[in-house]
Design a protein around this ligand. Sequence first.
Ligand SMILES: C[S@@+](CC[C@H](N)C(=O)[O-])C[C@H]1O[C@@H](n2cnc3c(N)ncnc32)[C@H](O)[C@@H]1O
Length: 229
Amino acid sequence: MRLFSKPKPLADPTKNAQCTAFEVDNWILSEFTLRQLVPVVGIHPFPLNELMLMSGAVCRFKPAFIFEWGTHRGKSARVFRETIKAFSIPCAIHSIDLPDDVPHGEHPKDTRGELVHGMEEVTLHQGDGITVALELCARLAANAPVLFYVDGDHSHASVTRELTAILDARPDAIVLLHDTFYQSSESGYNIGPFEAINEVLAKRGQGYARISTNTGLPGMTLLHPATHA
Ligand SMILES: C[S@@+](CC[C@H](N)C(=O)[O-])C[C@H]1O[C@@H](n2cnc3c(N)ncnc32)[C@H](O)[C@@H]1O
């Protein structure tokens, strides 16, 4: 039994791009994920449904720039890089992690960005993610479609600060956020990112559509302007 169709150039999985609703071809994205993503990034920390939401968002919205943090070893940056290569999307990826001398429990030290070293589509930076991203965005991408990927410090305060700053600066931005699964607070799981998204969006009315992989940990959320076509 053949698991996949014969290897061939992958078609654009975007469906109904003229509509505001998000729709992608899940079979094309499944083939891409299993053939090209899982062999290089595995399924940790991003399970299959999250890999498909990340790659699907890039295919659907075709950002010219992706600003993401934290880099860590470079898995998320590599997911975005493999996606733009496979689907011929012209895009520059800028990935930011904290400087080496800033103490943080998850700082990758010598392994920072090792999965994207030498790849021309990805530029690595060090600094505070949102600060560096917005500087780069203003300088490089003033009139270009942009996607922000938020995966730094997952505290309620950090995600609130970062998402607010993104939507203030670029209300047209596509935003992906990680670790957004909602469990009842009795479980003790960090629901800070989930609550931060709720609160930031509540202040802005109904302007954004929200799609989440909310079947289990760690959880990924996509926000896009509800009027995006
Ligand atoms: C959970 S890891 C990110 C996982 C990563 N995106 C991946 O692909 O595997 C969190 C990272 O965010 C970094 N970080 C924490 N706060 C940050 C900030 N304010 N700006 C930039 N990076 C930050 C940490 O140093 C760490 O490398």
